[in-house]
Design a binder for this molecule. Structure first.
Ligand code: ADP
Ligand code: MG
Length: 232
């Protein structure tokens, strides 16, 4: 499906936001790496889906009612066999927050190479239009609010400066014995989202807010493993 089709379909279904797969298709359409994935309706479809992917896999609930999948018991990582996945689906369906939700299916996807988790976000300012944001994942964003914003469109230099101004910037360079991660890969994603020809400039009227949380950045690249696009 083309990108306009993905957005039109979500609107025709009266959705407030794109589902995770649609969000990732949109990112992929702008050249951002996303995990290879398959959506299954339930445990019966796991065996067929399993042959199309390379384990270990991640299993995620797909529901318009569940925003924070992990909090709801809707994410399982590092699953290595069809039997493990089938059992995880059964367990997931019994989690209290999942039992009460509308369920569109289960997303099965490959694991991203390990790395530093980064958040890339976007909001629409009534005065300035789209803004792009970057921060380091986990407590850096949630507790320390260590983030950098720019008005779109941004240049490569803007993107590099955004990373440099994070208080936690040293983490990307491999603080405390960890390997450095590819800052270029983050800059590339920021440009594909917030640059001149980026997603936000091309879809300025489509989204109220968006985020990739997390983008997992390794030494050699970056993979968007979660995507949320809230429609206007
Ligand atoms: P949510 O934010 O809704 O709880 P995510 O899709 O972000 O759900 O998944 C939760 C966490 O699981 C991520 O922050 C990441 O640490 C891990 N994770 C999710 N998908 C993958 C993946 N494909 N590869 C590696 N880790 C993943
Ligand atoms: Mg997430």
């Amino acid at each position: 499906m083309n990108l306009a089709g993905i957005i039109a379909k979500a609107r025709s279904e009266n959705r407030a936001a794109l589902d995770e797969l649609a969000g990732k298709q949109l990112l992929a359409g702008f050249g951002i790496s996303v995990p290879k994935s398959v959506v299954v309706a339930g445990a019966d479809e796991v065996a067929a889906a399993f042959t199309k992917l390379t384990p270990p896999l991640v299993l995620k609930i797909v529901s318009p009612d569940i925003l924070h999948k992990s909090d709801a018991g809707g994410v399982r990582v590092d699953l290595k066999s069809g039997a493990e996945i089938t059992a995880a689906i059964r367990q997931m369906m019994n989690a209290p927050a999942v039992r009460d939700a509308r369920i569109d299916g289960f997303l099965l996807e490959e694991m991203a190479p390990p790395g530093q988790e980064v958040v890339v976000g976007a909001v629409r300012d009534p005065q300035f239009g789209p803004l792009v944001m970057v921060g380091l994942g986990g407590i850096f964003v949630e507790v320390l609010a260590d983030v950098a914003f720019r008005i779109c469109p941004i240049t490569r230099l803007d993107a590099q400066e955004m990373l440099a101004e994070l208080k936690g910037a040293a983490v990307l360079k491999g603080a405390r014995g960890r390997r450095p991660v590819s800052q270029d890969a983050i800059v590339d994603v920021l440009l594909k989202i917030g640059g001149e020809d980026g997603l936000l400039m091309r879809h300025a009227d489509d989204f109220k807010e968006a985020d990739i949380n997390p983008l997992i950045v390794s030494e050699s690249g970056a993979v968007a493993v979660d995507a949320r696009f809230v429609l206007t």
